[in-house]
Design a protein around this ligand. Sequence first.
Ligand SMILES: [Fe+2]
Length: 116
Amino acid sequence: MIESGSIELDDLNAHLLTLEDYVVGHFNREEKFLSEGPCAEYLHHKHLHDQFRQEVKDLAVRCRAKDEEAVRALPGVVSTWIVQHIRKVDAKYESWVSLDHVDNRPLGMLLHKRAY
Ligand SMILES: [Fe+2]
């Protein structure tokens, strides 16, 4: 049972914030990289990211509303994404990605439209 003000809800919120930060930061970096590279599948790839972004957003809202079904579903959704997307779809680009391609600026700078 999830109770407001309990350690469990605080832990859940911490995990949700970490997941939301990861989704925003990781996808922004990856999409920037893919849009500038030779990836012909960029729009399809971005669409997959958009679907996952929305799924995480919806699940986070439900989890914060103490929807226990959503809380139970969250780990499976994340692990399925890791196995189906990161280990299969993203792995296709592994051979032509190097550290030179990684934009390691802080997330706030990546989200800012003006170039630094
Ligand atoms: Fe991806």
